[in-house]
Each structure stands twice: as structure tokens, then as C-alpha cells.
Design a protein around this ligand. Structure first.
Ligand code: C2O
Length: 350
């Protein structure tokens, strides 16, 4: 059977997985007993998520305004930036559980290190983006992706670093040294001391390996199955375990006790850069799927397709979604900018 939807009324204190300590605040969303089922649009109209390094000043101002309004909402509002950041914490740090079916034991929900990684984060970003759009009265607004898989986009997009002009996109808790260097997709805690062009070459091979060479079977790329009753963390896919995680560690602030913000599940969503990072992770899922040809693109297992999550939408409604409804991003009315964006790594066979 699939993992059931989380129960909001049994949501508990989250755990900082990096140090085993309780998270010092609640990551649980407001309780709401009315749940609406998500319906895919009958005639989807697709808008593009732009590459962050290619947007103009007008786009950045609107994005900053949307985030500023989201930050200004009271913490009790499920659309607020605080609550949105806590969505990640609730699903990833042991706050949500479900009844095991035997006795009073409850089992933890964990969306990483398994086949739920890509679908969960897609839905999470989908609602985050819709909330931003509604706060600037523009349902066509689409968030930017950080194009770190190409030399053109491998530096942290400058809009996230300009505290004076775009304060809502800024976050102090980052690795400040790395903010002036290209993203190192092989970073697991030690500086590579390479030139930017050497880092770009390394990144290219890393991408080739995790997107092509080692990602032939569905479970290699997507992660291992996780069903109701299974022990969590059955195994991450190549991209989740690879450059996705590397960027989290690379961006986390070494001055903080536990890698906050990007370098820790409970705090990652507090950095606006997280959403641009994950928009590119989401783009990798689409690119990988589009390259499959006659090979299977999606698990056909109903335990995968019928896994459910709950999110608050832009109207503060609690919405129940299915994994099966998110596998095609076009049906969710967004695509990723391709014009002017290179995908260098398809030819970086080591
Ligand atoms: Cu839910 Cu990039 O982690």
C-alpha cells in the first residue's frame, strides 16, 4: 500500500537530523479538517520558469515583491514564508507519522532517500509558486531556476546576494565564501581549490554520471520504493544523493551550529535560494524523463502513483495531491526555459 497522507493533528516535534536534537520550534502547519482534492486543469496553459541568471530587473523586482509579501504574512498563515519553510521540516524531520496498523506504534514519514523525492518537492514548489503568484495578483508567475548544471549559471544567481536591492531574496546564513565561487557539484565538506573552469569541467562529468551513466534504471534515478510500513530511507537516486545534496552542503553556513540554512533539512526552506535550487532539481527530473525514449519514464506501481501529500494552497485551502498527478510538469502548467540555456553535460562522458 502507499504511504498515507500525513495527519496534521498528530504532527509532533521535529528532529534536527544532523545532531539528533529536537528542532526548537514547531514545524507543524495549522490544523484544518476540510481537505479538498487536487484536480488537474482540463486544458493546461503552460508558462515558463526562467533561468535565474537570465531574468531582467523587472522580473526580479516582482519576485522580490512577492517574497516580501509572503514574509510579511503572519506566521499563523499557512501561506507565510515561515510556514512554507516549515513544510520541508514537517515532511523531512520526523514531525509527521502515520499509524502502523499494529498496536499504537506510529511510523515516520520521510520523503528523502526514496522514490518520493522528486514528486514531493515538485508539489511543494508548485504550491509555493502559486502562493507567490497570488500575492502579486499574477497566476502566471513562475519561479526562477538556478541553472547550476551549466557554466553560464553555476554561480549563485546575483539576485539572491543583493541585500540592499532585493532584501526578500537575501539570507545571511549561507557559506559566504562559496557565494563568490561557482557551485561545486562534488562538494561534501571540503573545498576543491580548483579554478572556476576546472570546477565547471568536474561538474559536467558529475552531471553526466548521475543523469546518464548511472541513471539507466528508474530506481537508480528516482530512488528506491517506499511503501506503507517500510523502514524509511530505502535509498536515494543518483541525482538526489549527488549534486542535489552537494549544493545543500555547499550552501550551508559553516558559522551555524548545524549547517543552517541550506545544509540541514529542517532549515533549508528558510533560504529563498532553496527554491531556485530545487526548481533546477525539478528540471533535472523533466530532462531525464524526456531523454527516456522507449524506456519507462515513471513507476507504474500504484503504491507510487497513489502516494498522497497535503499542502496549503494560495487560498489557504488544505489540498490533497497524488504523486501520479505530478509526473508531467506540463499538466501542472509550467515548463522550464530552454531558450539560451545549454545542457553541456550530455557530452561529458568521463
Ligand atoms: Cu528536501 Cu533538497 O531537500
Amino acid at each position: 500500500a502507499p504511504i498515507p497522507q500525513p495527519e496534521l493533528n498528530t504532527c509532533r516535534t521535529a528532529t534536527n537530523i544532523n545532531n539528533g536534537q529536537p528542532v526548537p520550534y514547531s514545524c507543524c502547519p495549522p490544523i484544518n479538517n476540510t481537505i479538498v482534492d487536487f484536480r488537474l486543469p482540463a486544458r493546461p496553459v503552460v508558462y515558463e520558469r526562467p533561468a535565474a541568471h537570465l531574468v531582467n530587473a523587472q522580473y526580479i523586482s516582482r519576485f522580490n515583491l512577492a517574497l516580501q509579501r509572503m514574509r510579511a504574512l503572519p506566521d499563523s498563515d499557512p501561506r507565510s514564508f515561515t510556514q512554507q519553510a516549515n513544510v520541508h521540516c514537517a515532511y523531512c524531520n520526523g514531525a509527521y507519522t502515520y499509524p502502523s496498523g499494529t498496536g499504537t506504534q506510529r511510523l515516520e514519514i520521510q520523503v528523502h532517500n526514496c522514490w518520493l523525492f522528486f514528486p514531493f518537492h515538485r508539489w511543494y514548489l508548485y504550491f509555493f509558486e502559486r502562493i507567490l503568484g497570488s500575492l502579486i495578483n499574477d497566476p502566471t508567475f513562475r519561479m526562477p531556476y538556478w541553472n547550476w548544471d551549466s557554466p553560464d549559471g553555476m554561480y549563485t544567481p546575483s539576485m539572491y546576494l543583493n541585500q540592499r536591492q532585493y532584501p526578500a531574496l537575501f539570507n545571511e546564513r549561507r557559506n559566504q565564501r562559496n557565494m563568490t565561487r561557482p557551485a561545486d557539484l562534488g562538494y561534501f565538506g571540503t573545498d576543491n581549490n580548483l579554478t572556476p573552469s576546472q570546477t565547471a569541467d568536474n561538474n559536467c562529468v558529475i552531471m553526466y554520471n548521475e543523469m546518464i551513466r548511472n541513471a539507466n534504471l528508474l530506481e537508480h534515478f528516482m530512488g528506491e520504493p517506499l511503501r506503507r510500513g517500510d523502514p524509511i530511507n530505502p535509498g536515494a537516486g543518483t541525482h538526489e544523493a549527488g549534486s542535489h545534496t552537494a549544493i545543500h552542503i555547499w550552501g550551508g553556513d559553516p558559522r551555524q551550529p548545524s549547517g543552517e540554512d541550506l545544509g540541514n533539512f529542517y532549515s533549508a526552506g528558510r533560504d529563498p535560494l532553496f527554491y531556485a535550487h530545487h526548481a533546477n532539481v525539478d528540471r533535472m527530473w523533466t530532462i531525464w524523463r524526456d531523454r527516456r525514449g522507449n524506456l519507462p519514464r515513471d513507476f507504474s506501481d500504484p503504491d507510487y502513483l497513489n502516494t498522497q501529500f497535503l499542502f496549503y494552497n494560495e487560498n489557504r485551502q488544505l489540498v490533497r495531491v497524488r504523486v501520479g498527478d505530478c509526473v508531467d510538469n506540463l499538466r501542472l502548467e509550467y515548463a522550464n526555459q530552454t531558450r539560451g540555456v545549454n545542457i553541456p553535460w550530455t557530452s561529458c562522458r568521463p
